[in-house]
Design a protein around this ligand. Structure first.
Ligand SMILES: [Zn+2]
Length: 117
């Protein structure tokens, strides 16, 4: 399935509407933090994953989208306002991110309640 429309809403969320009419929002901050490129996610070499150290400087530009281009009909490449543009988000990856954010939300709330009890 392919997206019918991808756009930034209120400078905070990326809205993806699929061909079947389903849709979801991904917060831009989450999207950037989960950037799938080798610089952000590390590279797997000889079955070991090397992760780069966490970035020391966080700027607002990191979480502003300057441009989105479709790549080969299976992904989008996002150019961020700080110049970072190597992250390619496939449709599958976007769906995974959406499922991941729902799972994390649910678990976080549940754990908080358990702590109170
Ligand atoms: Zn990246």
């Amino acid at each position: 399935m392919n997206p019918k429309s991808i756009r930034v809403k209120e400078k905070k969320n990326l809205e993806i509407i699929w061909e079947d009419g389903s849709n979801f929002l991904l917060p831009l901050k989450y999207l950037r933090d989960q950037c799938p490129c080798a610089t952000c996610k590390g590279e797997t070499v000889l079955l070991k994953t090397y992760r780069p150290p966490a970035k020391a400087i966080i700027t607002p530009e990191m979480y502003i989208i300057k441009n989105i281009e479709t790549v080969g009909g299976y992904a989008i490449q996002i150019a961020w306002a700080d110049g970072h543009n190597t992250g390619i988000y496939s449709w599958d990856y976007l769906i995974q991110l959406n499922e991941g954010q729902n799972v994390e939300d649910g678990q976080g709330k549940e754990q908080n309640y358990n702590d109170l009890l």
